[in-house]
Design a protein around this ligand. Structure first.
Ligand code: SF4
Length: 396
């Protein structure tokens, strides 16, 4: 991200590798699912406390007053950098005025995320601390269109890691993470693997004796994962990331090629940012909805609101794609075929994940196929487990 924006003290080359936020996001998401981070306080403490300790350690070793962890390593910094492109305000830098302003010059501001403020072109890397506001009379906070930074993305070199994180991580992996507990495909996969193991008399993977910090293990709540459960989750989430992310990458590349602008595919990928952001919000808020329902709140309007939000995000992404392709003079043709073919499957999957994830469907995937007692008495079965999703009904 933002290769020309870095300044300040040099840090080890390995620390500045652009893939850390993507890798950290994927590993944290996967690990969180294995230990049920959204369901148990000690699992949340392990992930949040562990990353806090890691941030403190990196700060002590390398920081020198800078946010090195936030800039290079934080698992969510890449997500925030992508979503910040949609921000309706940002610190705009007038580079000619910055250079022309001879003096008296103030000392350069202490930009904690190590940005080269003079060359800053967008909001993605900026933490909006305001320290540089007014510097040389060239930096000011302005309102802007939320589409602006993505529509102008073709004017600046884009990092391939932005595309990878969005398509494979935020859409592919995260959608799988929000969806596996209600997926009949996951149940079928686990069943097939179990049959295969039993047929070969391999029974140890069916034991649920892993510690809680490796796999969910709360036998007192009738909620424990076997080794097979853990393997199936890794397999399902990996397949979701590779299949969905790979299909989307192929489709945006196809759309860019038809538009006779192969390099446009990275900007086209970024046009899916609203959809990715909405998918994350819907998936994460599903836990809140689920807990509120356990407390007796019916929230009958929530599913419609969630579907409306997702449809709005799909529309926003389509609009961005339309405008980007329109600049190539081929919008009508290109959007009518491959670009539309790109967005709609993503939207459908997002709807399935966003609507199903814990907010209305029974979490069949969490129930062990080895222990029938767990199916008979699920530990946290929602009182509204059979409430249908209106969007899925409409699609069906
Ligand atoms: S607002 Fe803060 S984080 Fe952003 S460029 Fe200025 S000093 Fe850096």
């Amino acid at each position: 991200m933002g290769q020309p924006l870095r300044q300040g003290p040099r840090h080890p080359r390995w620390l500045r590798w652009g893939g850390w936020p993507t890798l950290a996001f994927c590993l944290t998401t996967l690990y969180g699912q294995l230990i049920s981070v959204y369901d148990y306080a000690q699992a949340a403490l392990l992930i949040l406390g562990g990353s806090t300790l890691a941030a403190v350690g990196v700060g002590l070793l390398f920081a020198r007053g800078k946010r090195v962890w936030c800039r290079y390593l934080c698992p969510v910094s890449g997500v925030f950098a992508l979503l910040a492109r949609l921000a309706p305000v940002h610190f705009q830098v007038d580079e000619p005025r910055w250079k022309a302003n001879a003096g008296p010059r103030l000392p350069p501001p202490n930009c904690a995320p190590l940005l080269d403020i003079r060359r800053m072109r967008g909001a993605s890397d900026c933490h909006a601390c305001g320290r540089c506001s007014g510097q040389r009379d060239a930096v000011r906070l302005i309102a802007r269109s939320s589409n602006q930074e993505i529509l102008q993305a073709t004017a600046h070199p884009l990092s391939p890691w932005d595309t990878r994180l969005l398509l494979f991580g935020i859409i592919g992996l995260a959608m799988g993470a929000f969806q596996w507990t209600v997926s009949p495909w996951f149940v079928s996969l686990k069943q097939q693997l179990a049959n295969w193991l039993v047929g070969r008399d391999l029974l140890w993977p069916l034991q649920d004796n892993a510690p809680w910090w490796l796999l969910t293990h709360y036998p007192q709540l009738n909620d424990s994962f076997s080794w097979l459960d853990g393997f199936s989750i890794i397999l399902y989430l990996g397949a979701s990331a590779l299949l969905l992310g790979g299909a989307l990458l192929l489709l945006v590349r196809l759309a860019a090629r038809i538009a006779r602008a192969p390099e446009l595919y990275r900007a086209l990928s970024l046009s899916l940012t609203p959809l990715g952001g909405a998918g994350l919000f819907l998936g994460l808020s599903a836990t809140t909805v689920k807990l509120l329902r356990y407390e007796g709140l019916l929230l009958g309007w929530v599913q419609s609101a969630r579907a409306g939000l997702l449809l709005a995000a799909i529309g926003w992404s389509l609009l961005l794609g339309w405008k980007l392709l329109g600049r190539q003079g081929l919008a009508r043709f290109a959007v009518a075929a491959p670009a539309r073919a790109c967005y709609w499957p993503t939207g459908w999957w997002g709807m399935a994940g966003g609507c199903n994830s814990g907010a209305g469907f029974e979490e069949v995937g969490r129930h062990s196929i080895i222990r029938p007692d767990a199916r008979a008495a699920p530990a946290r079965a929602s009182p509204l487990a059979t409430r249908p999703c209106p969007v899925l009904n409409a699609l069906n």
